[in-house]
Structure formats: structure tokens, C-alpha cells
Design a protein around this ligand. Structure first.
Ligand SMILES: Nc1ncnc2c1ncn2[C@@H]1O[C@H](COP(=O)(O)OP(=O)(O)O)[C@@H](O)[C@H]1O
Ligand SMILES: [Mg+2]
Length: 378
């Protein structure tokens, strides 16, 4: 808390300086794309792959201490690589007179994505959802495609899932916070966009059996009668992107926000948590206690979410079916990205891991089709 207060003083509205914003290159994504209603997440994955390919010809070097000091207006003690994946490098920057700043560098990304993350962090902070915080934004380093934001101590819900009972209250708060966010950002309540989702799923790089095609058709027919909330979708509202600390949540990774069906974010959290449950079951087959805790946290998430609404959209018989459909769409997004990664060889992540992930996604797909079949009336 103290650090937050100090940092607010030290870097007042650092990002509003036109000097930094104006030096960004033209975006390759039209500025309006983020505001259009978007149900085409598989098509979005293809667009992202294209954007990443174009950023490969525009590699970005790590920042120098001098650049960090100039952007922050503070002496920097050191800058360590804190986390790394094929998309980002995350640095922990220690300031000379105490305190830390987090530097997020988009390795496979564009200037437009950088600006988008910065704008969304500010927009979300302005909503002032109780107990849902976002890191303060301090500065942008466009030349390094880097965001400098508050370093949030604490553990992500993902890490709590493996280690702590706190995952239960954290998930309950994640459910409540998501509901509050959606209430603040509902633009309309209308029919489920089944045709658009159908067209999007048709682009998935998978093969469906006759039975799976039938299940999908019946699901879409059934859901055509469903009413859903629409508005801002955060896209990646998942345990790895939420830090739980002192009974507050910090939403870290506000990447590809757009407008769509709110249930996407609900399905995203659920599907991610379910995957953690599967991983825990595989890696720790004898740890029944941990599995029970994670199952409880899934229930807590659901309860936290529902207590905030007086009416569900859609109503219960269709709710679970709609959530499963979005989970399936999310799996299709992963398959799309994974196939592109495999095709890229070593450029996008570990090639062996990329290859091994594909059969797992196929298993998940089959499992989700069985779940859809279960939800359909006989
Ligand atoms: N502001 C922050 N404070 C502390 N840790 C952070 C912060 N932002 C990100 N992290 C850590 O770095 C990880 C990756 O950052 P994230 O923004 O989620 O990028 P990615 O797009 O690679 O998932 C997070 O899961 C979290 O552990
Ligand atoms: Mg993340």
C-alpha cells in the first residue's frame, strides 16, 4: 500500500506525456478493432499469429538502465528478468531508494497491443470495482515495446491452486469481481450470436466426427433461444492473471479486451481452473486434499459470481450449455495458436512442449463434446 502511495507521488500521470505516446509507430490493428463486437476468437487467433509474424521482423532488445531511469525519473538499482515466455519478457526493476517496478516487454507483439494494454489498465482502474485493483501505470517505453507498471507482491490464483487453501476465498472474490465488472460493463442483453460462433468454429483447425458435428448443431440450435449479456470482454480473465493479496485481487494481464458475450470470461476462468485441476490430478495423483480444495474453489467462483446477479443470462438450463460451448471455442483458439507454434519451429516457445500439447488439446476437445452432449436434453 505504501509503495502504491509513494509511486503515485513519484510518477504522476507519467503516461500522459505526449512525448512517449506520440513516438509509437502506426498500429497494424485498426484502433476501432478493439471496440467492435467480437465473437470470432478463432479468427482473432489467426490475426494474432499474423501480427506476431510481422513483429518477428521487428525484434526488440532488453531495456538499458539509462532508458529505464529516463522513463521513470528515478535512479534504478537493478533490472532482473523475472518471467519469460514466447510473447513477453517480464522484468523486476529495483529502484535505488527501495521499491520495485514491473517492466513488461512485448517480444511478440505490436505497438498497438502495447498501447491497448496501457489504455485498458487505466480504463479498468477508473471503474473502481471494490477489491478489484489493477497495477498503477508509470511509463511507456515504446522503443522497447515496454510497459512500466506497479510491481504487485503476492501470489497468483494459479499458484495458490497448487499451494494454499486461500485459493477458495480468492476464487470466490474472482467470481464476485467478474460479476461486478460485467454489471458495470453490460451494453445489451440479447440473443446468443450462434451463427457467428458457428462460423468461427468452422475455421478451427480440427476434424470433427459425425457425432461431434451433430452435438454442435444441436447445441447451437438449443442456444439460439438463449439471452446473454454483452459488452466488454476481458478475454484472459484467468487464475494466472490474478494476484490475490490482503483480500484484494489484482488483475494483471489485460491484453485483448474487446466486446462480446460476457460468458466468455466466465468460461475462460472455469476452463483454466479445470485445467489446473487436471494437471494437479496428473502430477499429484495421491493428493486428494488438493483436488478437493481446487474443486471447492471452482464452486466458490461460481457462487461468488451468481450472488451478484438477480437474474442469470441465460437461465440455468442453458447456462451450463453456453459455458461449455465457450470452453470449446477457447480450446479451438488454443489449437489454432498451438498449430501455428508447431509450424514456426523454435521461434514460438519450446518445440517439444508445443507438439505434446496438441494431443492434449484433442483430448480436451473430445471431453468437451461429451460434456455438451450431457447438457443437451435427450
Ligand atoms: N504487476 C505485476 N506485479 C507482479 N507480478 C506480475 C505483474 N504483472 C505480471 N506479473 C507476473 O508475470 C506473469 C506474466 O505476466 P502477464 O502480464 O500475465 O503476461 P503474459 O501475457 O505473458 O501472461 C504473471 O503471471 C505474474 O506472475
Ligand atoms: Mg498472463
Amino acid at each position: 500500500m505504501l509503495l502504491r502511495a509513494i509511486n503515485r507521488e513519484k510518477f504522476p500521470r507519467g503516461l500522459d506525456k505526449p512525448r512517449t505516446i506520440n513516438s509509437m509507430k502506426d498500429s497494424i490493428l485498426p484502433a476501432t478493432a478493439a471496440h467492435a463486437i467480437d465473437f470470432g476468437y478463432i479468427q482473432g487467433a489467426f490475426r494474432r499469429i499474423e501480427a506476431m509474424r510481422s513483429s518477428e521482423v521487428d525484434p526488440v532488445e532488453p531495456p538499458t538502465v539509462g532508458e529505464l531511469e529516463e522513463a521513470l525519473g528515478e535512479a534504478v538499482e537493478k533490472c532482473d528478468l523475472f518471467a519469460k515466455n514466447w510473447r513477453n519478457r517480464v522484468y523486476r526493476i529495483e529502484l535505488a531508494h527501495g521499491g520495485f517496478v514491473l517492466g513488461k516487454q512485448l517480444v511478440m507483439g505490436t505497438d498497438a497491443m502495447l498501447r491497448h494494454q496501457y489504455e485498458e489498465l487505466r480504463a479498468l482502474a477508473a471503474l473502481q470495482i471494490p477489491k478489484l485493483c489493477v497495477p498503477n501505470t508509470f511509463a511507456l517505453l515504446p522503443a522497447r515495446r515496454m510497459l512500466l507498471i506497479e510491481f504487485v507482491p503476492g501470489k497468483t490464483i494459479e499458484s495458490l491452486a497448487w499451494t494454499s487453501e486461500d485459493v477458495v476465498p480468492a476464487c470466490e472474490l474472482a467470481g464476485k469481481s467478474l460479476a461486478r465488472l460485467q454489471l458495470a460493463r453490460t451494453e445489451s442483453i440479447g440473443p446468443m450470436p450462434v451463427e457467428v460462433i458457428d462460423r468461427d468454429l468452422a475455421m478451427a483447425p480440427w476434424r470433427l466426427s459425425l457425432r461431434q458435428k451433430k452435438i454442435l448443431k444441436s447445441t447451437l440450435e438449443k442456444l439460439a433461444a438463449a439471452e446473454v449479456r454483452m459488452g466488454h470482454v476481458h478475454y484472459d480473465y484467468k487464475p494466472a492473471n490474478l494476484i490475490y493479496q490482503n483480500n484484494e485481487l489484482f488483475f494483471l494481464d489485460i491484453g485483448r479486451i474487446g466486446r462480446g458475450v460476457h460468458l466468455w470470461d466466465y468460461a475462460c476462468f472455469r476452463s483454466s481452473m479445470r485445467r489446473h485441476l487436471w494437471r494437479i490430478s496428473l502430477r499429484r495423483p495421491h493428493d486428494r486434499h488438493r483436488r478437493t480444495i481446487v474443486r471447492q474453489s471452482l464452486v466458490a467462483f461460481e457462487q461468488g459470481y451468481f450472488t451478484s446477479f438477480t437474474k442469470r443470462h441465460p437461465e440455468p438450463p442453458l447456462f451450463a450449455l453456453a459455458v461449455k460451448l465457450f470452453e470449446l471455442q477457447r480450446t479451438a483458439v488454443f489449437m489454432t495458436m498451438q498449430k501455428a507454434k508447431v509450424a514456426s519451429g523454435e521461434r514460438l516457445g519450446n518445440p517439444l512442449v508445443n507438439r505434446l500439447t496438441l494431443p492434449l488439446l484433442e483430448i480436451e476437445k473430445r471431453w468437451l463434446f461429451r460434456q455438451l452432449a450431457r447438457e443437451l436434453p435427450r
